[in-house]
Design a protein around this ligand. Structure first.
Ligand SMILES: Nc1ncnc2c1ncn2[C@@H]1O[C@H](COP(=O)(O)OP(=O)(O)OP(=O)(O)O)[C@@H](O)[C@H]1O
Ligand SMILES: [Mg+2]
Length: 310
């Protein structure tokens, strides 16, 4: 659905994007991760036909950003990272303004506006002035605007930035709903753990270069050599620790006696791990918790990016 081939963007003598290759399939929810200044917004603006690449080609659907930008704009919704200033405009007027800009037929605008207000749970705020909305509501309104022409492809630049935890969860639910509706979504964020449970693929960008891209699980598997296990017991923690200490596949053991928690790295196969859980299930210990720690995208991000500052 989205393809970048050797996209380079230069500002003066500064290379913001360096020969970027990227592929996003139809129906994918693609998380675009990278530190500040990596080039995420630049890439997204190029795909949304708001910025021309210095060299290279990109296509959305089967259309080239350079040759058929107007076709791309019909099938793509872009949510920028900044919300413009719209003083004195009511929520529905704001949406009506953009419905006009998207050239939606006049007769179908009221329904389109009602639909996006409902989807973003803003129907109650229809008559509010835009400046009277909270940050979270404004983000939802911005997304509502992006959805007006029912685009197949969504490019969302940090839609969760500035939101409180509850608003983040709501935004995430909304994005999951859009995924279920079959949209192809590209979403950028620094708040990485948020992406992991609904993006099926991610790409990590650093200093204008794509460092890694692929399925979330695959990337995690290549980076995660040892499993990290956390065990919780009711009693005899020291004894269990002593036993684990001598296990051939256990390393990096950490004991929290007050909480009766043991943490360790495990290098064996899953069958070996099953044997460990069986041994600890002995009534002596009162095993009440045995689980593998999940590497979240935050850790992944720190592992794959070197923290190049520019
Ligand atoms: N119009 C411009 N003129 C000069 N340099 C620019 C321009 N736009 C972007 N840049 C530079 O290109 C680089 C990439 O910027 P971009 O906004 O794409 O990064 P980003 O990954 O979106 O960062 P953030 O996480 O902070 O949003 C930055 O170093 C930025 O300073
Ligand atoms: Mg940005």
């Amino acid at each position: 659905m989205i393809q970048c081939r050797g996209i380079t963007k230069v500002y003066g003598d500064f290379v913001a994007l360096d020969s970027l290759d990227l592929e996003i399939e139809k129906g994918d929810t693609f998380g675009f991760i990278g530190p500040n200044g990596a080039g995420k917004t630049t890439t997204m603006r190029i795909l949304s036909t708001l910025l021309e690449p210095s060299s290279g080609t990109a296509t959305v659907g089967e259309y080239s950003v350079l040759e058929h930008p107007e076709e791309i704009r019909k099938l793509l919704g872009y949510m920028p990272d900044k919300f413009g200033v719209y003083d004195g405009m009511k929520v529905w007027e704001y949406l009506d303004f953009f419905a006009g800009a998207y050239r939606l037929p006049k007769a179908s605008r009221p329904q389109a506006i009602a639909d996006v207000l409902e989807l973003t749970e803003l129907s109650q705020k229809r008559e509010f002035f835009v400046e009277a909305l909270s940050t979270g509501m404004r983000q939802r309104l911005c997304l509502a605007k992006t959805l007006l022409h029912d685009p197949q492809v969504l490019i969302l630049d940090e839609p969760a930035s500035g939101l409180d935890p509850r608003a983040r969860i709501e935004m995430r639910e909304l994005l999951k709903e859009l995924t279920r509706m079959g949209k192809t979504i590209m979403i950028s964020s620094h708040i990485l753990p948020e992406l992991s449970d609904f993006c099926n693929r991610i790409g990590v960008l650093e200093a204008g270069k794509l460092i890694t891209a692929g399925k979330v699980d695959d990337i995690m598997a290549t980076l995660q050599s040892d499993r990290r296990i956390t065990v919780k017991l009711l009693r005899e923690v020291e004894k269990a620790a002593e036993w684990l200490q001598n296990h051939e596949h256990v390393s990096d053991l950490d004991v929290e006696p007050q909480k009766s928690i043991l943490r360790f790295a495990f290098s064996g196969e899953l069958d070996d791990l099953a044997l460990v859980s069986q041994s600890l299930a002995d009534p002596t210990y009162g095993l009440i918790g045995f689980e593998e720690d999940k590497t979240d995208l935050e850790d992944l991000f720190l592992k794959v990016t070197e923290g190049i500052v520019r």
